[in-house]
Design a protein around this ligand. Structure first.
Ligand code: HEC
Length: 130
């Protein structure tokens, strides 16, 4: 009796691992290419890396990631990119992002007026005219 339970537990574990592996394979092949959405230009990316990426990326700040995740930018639709970019321009222009505490601790990572302009010009270029 004891022997049977042990081997059936092992069997269930094995099934579980196989299904995890299988699912990962599926997830990789089903990653769709998103033609309409545009990659972030180098100068904008530089500003984000300086001031935003620490929080707004995979393994960043959970709350920040849920609002804007720059690691997942390529997966956003063109509409989502446009609205997120607009929000990012607004946050930096108003001095709400990066957060006050971060500015205090990392003065060299505070966006300059040029950085803000770069971000906002880019955000403007993404807006979809209707
Ligand atoms: C120290 C971490 C940190 C840094 C650095 C940071 N953010 Fe954030 N950001 C957050 C957190 C946390 C939230 C979610 C909570 C909130 O809205 O205040 C957030 C939210 C946002 C939002 C959504 C606001 C809303 O109300 O929907 C935008 C847009 C944003 N950040 C843009 C930026 C941009 C652009 C930068 C760089 C210039 C930046 N953030 C840098 C932590 C950060």
């Amino acid at each position: 009796m004891k022997k049977i339970t042990k081997s059936s537990i092992a069997f269930i574990c094995m099934l579980f691992f196989i299904s995890v592996l299988f699912n990962q394979g599926l997830a990789q092949t089903s990653q769709k290419s998103n033609d309409a959405a545009k990659p972030i230009p180098a100068d904008v990316q530089k500003a984000f890396e300086k001031s935003c990426i620490k929080c707004h990326s995979d393994h960043g700040n959970f709350m920040a990631e849920s609002k804007v995740n720059l690691s997942k930018w390529a997966d956003y639709s063109a509409e989502k990119q446009a609205s997120k970019a607009k929000a990012m321009c607004k946050e930096v222009s108003e001095g709400d992002m990066p957060p006050k505490k971060f500015r205090k601790k990392n003065p060299e990572n505070v966006p300059t007026p040029e950085d803000i302009k770069t971000i906002c010009d880019w955000a403007q270029s993404l807006q979809i005219s209707k």
